[in-house]
Design a protein around this ligand. Structure first.
Ligand code: NAG
Ligand code: NAG
Ligand code: NAG
Ligand code: NAG
Ligand code: NAG
Ligand code: NAG
Length: 265
């Protein structure tokens, strides 16, 4: 082949490839702009380590995706269970969530065994775990006081009960483990007067969880006018900088009037 033609063709292919590559991933500058936006929904707003809505996946931890329903209801899934996000505290790694299925009562439309032990959250001191056991032969005959009845799979009057601690369904049809927050310090649950209606309210007001993400790096990043995100390749926390590549801990901005002084002892 004529080398001039070849050169033209290879340049053309190169340009074509460049052109095709660009829309397939956001550049670091776009990520800086995108991750600077907060997730805002109802009274909830969140930045790193959350993502969702206008914040692309590179702006947060995969497990911490938020969605905004009807423009005001913030939601997230944790281990395939849907939660309503009631509050995201600013400046502390805590959020308050409530199981979506228990917002309408103790009888979930779809009963599935579930526990609450996602890796992304750490045990929160104030929480006490309770188990809701469903579909028992005769819950009222047992020693537990927090009994209720549900229609499950079109069978009415299937009894269930609430017990402190984490249990499987045993002889019964299903078990759901939920943390409950806001017990006063020194609370003794063995003297807890079982009040199913009050427990229902507890489930609606939700519980607090503390997320485990190393935020030290993000402080350095934001003081250098960058925004924190997640590196798609290494899955580590990274810093997106204005008009700069990511990958380093901070944005090396040549701040006006700043002098570097080497001190030797
Ligand atoms: C991130 O990496 C995955 C594969 O690990 C890839 O499918 C995806 O397109 C990448 N996303 C971006 C924004 O580069
Ligand atoms: C939760 O998972 C369901 C089913 O997979 C999905 O339809 C929904 O959009 C997810 N919600 C969030 C907040 O990710
Ligand atoms: C719950 O777990 C028990 C025991 O593993 C099982 O027999 C039952 O089918 C499960 N129920 C549901 C609704 O998944
Ligand atoms: C479990 O559910 C089935 C219906 O799906 C019901 O026939 C059975 O009695 C239940 N088991 C118990 C222990 O209640
Ligand atoms: C809780 O109360 C029970 C019954 O009154 C008592 O036996 C138990 O020692 C108490 N536990 C704590 C931790 O105070
Ligand atoms: C990035 O660079 C462009 C052109 O050089 C400039 O217009 C823009 O304001 C810069 N953005 C930031 C965030 O510094």
């Amino acid at each position: 082949m004529n080398s001039a033609v070849f050169s033209f063709l290879s340049d053309f292919v190169f340009l074509l490839l460049l052109f095709i590559q660009i829309p397939s991933s956001l550049s670091d500058d776009d990520l800086f702009t995108a991750c600077r936006k907060e997730f805002v929904c109802g009274g909830i707003s969140a930045g790193f380590p959350f993502w969702g809505a206008d914040r692309p996946p590179a702006c947060g931890i995969p497990e911490l995706e938020l969605k905004c329903d009807e423009n005001y209801i913030a939601k997230m899934n944790i281990s395939q269970v849907a939660y309503r996000v009631l509050k995201i505290y600013q400046n502390s790694p805590i959020l308050r969530i409530a199981r979506e299925d228990y917002l309408v009562g103790l009888c979930p439309p779809q009963l599935e065994n579930s526990t609450f032990n996602p890796k992304i959250f750490e045990a929160y001191e104030g929480n006490i775990y309770f188990t809701l056991i469903y579909g028992c032969e005769d819950a009222s005959a047992n020693m537990y006081e927090g009994t209720f009845s549900c229609k499950i799979k079109d069978v009415d009057g299937q009894s269930g009960y609430i017990i402190e601690g984490e249990y499987g369904p045993g002889e019964c049809n299903g078990s759901v483990i939920v943390p409950v927050s806001d017990f006063p310090p020194g609370w003794n649950t063995s003297v807890f007067e079982w009040d199913v209606a009050a427990f229902e309210v507890r489930l609606k007001t939700g519980f607090e969880v503390r997320w485990k993400v190393d935020m030290d790096l993000c402080g350095e990043c934001s003081t250098s006018r960058g925004v924190c995100g997640i590196d798609n390749d290494t899955t580590q926390t990274t810093c997106y900088c204005p008009n700069q590549s990511s990958g380093s801990k901070t944005c090396a901005l040549p701040a006006p009037g700043m002098h570097c002084t080497e001190i030797s002892l």
